[in-house]
Design a protein around this ligand. Structure first.
Ligand SMILES: NC(=O)c1ccc[n+]([C@@H]2O[C@H](COP(=O)([O-])OP(=O)(O)OC[C@H]3O[C@@H](n4cnc5c(N)ncnc54)[C@H](O)[C@@H]3O)[C@@H](O)[C@H]2O)c1
Length: 301
């Protein structure tokens, strides 16, 4: 035990399984007291079972660590408040929130139901807001803290995951906004875009080029929660196996100006040769997806 997080108290939502469980165990092993918040649902958010959070707490305690289980959903403000409140109640403070809870309901946009949209956006995007909101109020007073969100490479666009991709894009903007708004209070906010072998990635309808385990993601989370990362904020990091990569910050890349207000005709005449288009990373893969769909194979991502 190296004690990277000695004396800290952290919340891990979705800490009962997959990447969240690995993060909870790693934080405890590094000396943090941990709230494991998980309602133990199936991949699509169905059939809640509270035991998964308790199971991880038992694992932490068996290793000599301190943890409490909270079987509350992140989708309501009251749930987020209870999750954050139980950390302050059990451990007297809250130094970090890691929002890992998530579900999947994949469907092509033209077939997606309102319920499939709402459930995924509520769990991921609102599920970050509910815990970040309540934790930020305490961290602002403490003048310290770290928020870690979980996004996905899918935020750049995904074929049959408009709900998931939109929520994950929203999480990036939420994290950057939290980083901007909490900077003056010494509170950081960053996001991880992981790739790891879990029940969720087993469901991805393509061959992923890079793969790792949940335990590969946890050290970066520990680092971001630690005092060694107080200067790191507003960032999105991919973590997969032995690789850590940082995403670029969204900025305008080229511009063009008219003498007066543009007409559609002037735009049509100038756009291709002036600002042009930014290549969409996904576009290069769409032909591969089409070929795979026709042959019934899994496409390479
Ligand atoms: N596994 C990957 O390769 C991968 C890739 C990109 C992004 N992600 C993201 O990483 C995070 C973790 O993914 P995972 O693969 O470990 O998934 P997982 O399905 O193994 O674990 C998700 C956990 O969240 C819990 N959960 C779901 N809804 C909840 C709610 N309303 N309240 C509390 N807990 C809830 C589940 O019970 C489960 O334990 C997710 O946000 C996911 O979108 C994962």
């Amino acid at each position: 035990m190296s004690g990277f997080l000695d004396g800290k108290a952290v919340v891990i939502t979705g800490g009962g399984g997959g990447i969240g469980r690995a993060c909870a165990l790693a934080c405890a092993a590094e000396g943090a007291s941990v709230v494991v918040a998980d309602i133990g649902v199936g991949l699509a958010g169905e059939d809640p079972r509270s035991e998964v959070a308790e199971g991880v707490v038992k694992e932490i305690e068996a290793g000599g660590g301190r943890a409490v289980a909270v079987a509350d959903s992140v989708v309501t403000m009251a749930g987020g408040e209870r999750i954050v409140g139980s950390c302050v109640e059990a451990f007297g403070r809250i130094d970090g929130v890691v929002a890992v809870a998530g579900i999947l309901r994949e469907r092509m946009l033209f077939n997606m139901s309102e319920d499939e949209w709402d459930a995924v956006v509520a769990t991921h995007l609102k599920g970050h807001f509910t815990v970040f909101r309540h934790a930020a109020a305490v961290m602002r007073e403490q003048k310290s803290g770290a928020l870690v969100g979980f996004t996905s490479g899918a935020f750049a666009g995904s074929v049959a995951q408009a709900n998931y991709a939109a929520a994950k894009g929203g999480i990036v903007s939420l994290v950057r906004s939290a980083a901007a708004g909490l900077y003056r209070y010494g509170v950081t906010a960053n996001a991880i875009a992981p790739v790891a072998r879990t029940r969720m990635s087993a469901n991805v309808p393509m061959e992923l080029a890079e793969m790792g385990d949940p335990e590969d993601v946890a050290p970066m989370v520990v680092y971001l929660l630690s005092d060694r990362a107080r200067h790191v904020t507003g960032q999105v990091y991919t973590v997969v196996g032995p690789k850590i990569a940082v995403w670029n910050q969204p900025v305008e890349v080229r511009s063009m100006y008219a003498d007066q207000r543009w007409t559609p005709e002037q735009i049509a005449a100038r756009l291709d040769s002036s600002v042009g288009q930014e290549p969409m990373g996904l576009i290069g893969r769409l032909e591969e997806y089409r070929r795979a769909a026709a042959s019934g194979d899994k496409p390479n991502a």
